[in-house]
Design a protein around this ligand. Structure first.
Ligand code: FMN
Length: 171
């Protein structure tokens, strides 16, 4: 497949941005995620796609839970922190306000609209792995429209998806 044609197809498609966090064995991780969608109505399920290049994936592959935080229009700083930096180099959780949720998963205090989900399945999809989530806890909040992809296009990913560190094979 000609990837230029594929790129032209997806170019300009806008979608909401999320910060996805997780924890395992006392290690915390989180990154900015655009590839996230509702995947089922009944049962209610979300699908989160994590790049195998990311530190977050390395923790999530062993974790029980993911927390999905909706970013609002004022959250560009959080998008920059979680999308432009990597947990391989910085402790993102020393630079934001959070509290421990179920299983220690970090919940961002500035993102009250969130879903904590139990990982029901992990599916290799290519350079991303799909994490299917059964909601365990959901908090909604009428905070207005979500931050969109076009508003964070200026953020350079801390880990480009084609940057595969050793040992980052899909689960
Ligand atoms: C606009 C934008 C969208 C992104 N979407 C995703 C995504 O859907 N899935 C993903 O795993 N990473 C995505 N990333 C990349 C990660 O957020 C980024 O590489 C981050 O620095 C990884 O942090 P980590 O290594 O601590 O996990 C996106 C980054 C940006 C800037």
């Amino acid at each position: 497949m000609d990837t230029d044609r594929f790129d032209a197809f997806v170019d300009g498609l806008d979608y909401p941005m999320f910060v996805v966090t997780t924890a395992h064995a006392g290690e915390r991780a989180g990154c900015l995620v655009g590839f996230t969608t509702q995947a089922s109505i009944d049962p209610p399920r979300m699908l989160v796609c994590l790049s195998v290049a990311n530190h977050t994936y390395q923790v999530a592959r062993q974790a029980e839970l993911l927390a999905v935080h909706v970013l609002d229009k004022d959250d560009h700083d959080l998008a920059e922190l979680f999308g432009g930096r990597t947990g391989d180099e910085v402790d993102k959780f020393a630079k934001c306000r959070w509290t421990p949720g179920p299983d220690g998963v970090p919940l961002l205090e500035d993102c009250p609209r969130l879903l904590v989900g139990r990982i029901a399945d992990r599916q290799p999809l290519g350079d991303h792995v799909g994490f299917l989530l059964d909601p365990l806890r959901v908090e909604s909040y009428d905070g207005g429209p979500a931050l969109d992809y076009e508003q964070v296009e200026d953020v350079d990913p801390g880990h480009p998806a084609d940057d595969h560190p050793k040992g980052s094979e899909p689960c």
